[in-house]
Design a protein around this ligand. Sequence first.
Ligand code: ZN
Length: 342
Amino acid sequence: MRERAERLIEARVVVGHTVPPVELEPWLAATFGSVDAVLAQEIVKVRNPSTLEATLFAPLRARRPVDGPSAARDLAAEIAATVGDPFCHPESGTPSEVTGRVRGARVVTGANAALGDAHHAVIVFDAHDPLAFDVELVVDVLRTGRAWAERSRSDDPESVNYLLIWNCLWRAGGSIIHGHAQALLGSGPHYARIDRLRHDVASYAAAHGGDLVEELVAVHRALGLTIELADGVTLVANLTPVKERELLVVGTAGMEETDPRFADAVARTLVAYRDRLGVRSFNLALWRPPLALADGWELVPPIARIVDRGDPLGRPSDIGAMELYATPIVGTDPFELIDALR
Ligand SMILES: [Zn+2]
């Protein structure tokens, strides 16, 4: 396990020092808990040498003060204020696709009015409030998305790269508040980040003869960063998160994302994310191999990646130049995250 860990996780602790003026001390103590907390600060730098994913864990960053008017507005009121939007009546509020709509138990698809790929659907929930989801609704979204993808593929067999995403609220990039997810089906290479995983899995197998995803999960498990949600489905608090509180729900190679074990695990995780952690704005992406299994994808399981985008009423974006062009800086601790969900 140590050998695997050395191939997959590098961690270094560095200490940075600051010299605050006396005048600033009361403010520092009030903001960061104590002046000492600011004098010497530990930063934990984690990197996966096999995928080159990396994160800077800097605990004080989470406590930074935010400039601007305080966001005292009420989130529920803001959501309620948009009742009556086009997604409240999707039959007349969203375009249909050429092949019509796919209906789930509590969702219906429409074409995305502004397409991001040749096949790009919105999966509109019956309920307006995007936070009013439960386990059944999330499973419904996974099933309906997949049914949409299969239907689109039968119409256009070259398009096999299926991606399901959910941007919950404006913080996460959602332009419409009404509860909805999106489904895309692309031709050619898979979407870039997923194709990158395929590439990393192949390189890892060639270099070490191992299964990258399986070993990464095993290393997280050995460190106490996983919860077994079902036979062959593991919840992982990622050691190289893209941003705050990133979770991975990892299935087993060959498993479909609609497998009740996987779908239920994703749904329960999302409900706990909202109810145990209080997350209100998040991104979810379902990574899976192409629908027509091609060479190089045999070891890639379905993976749901879920990340917290912070307070929807906060003004500054959580994504800056570090996240876009360097190494993400994260304030929350994966060990505390998994404990909160256990
Ligand atoms: Zn609505």
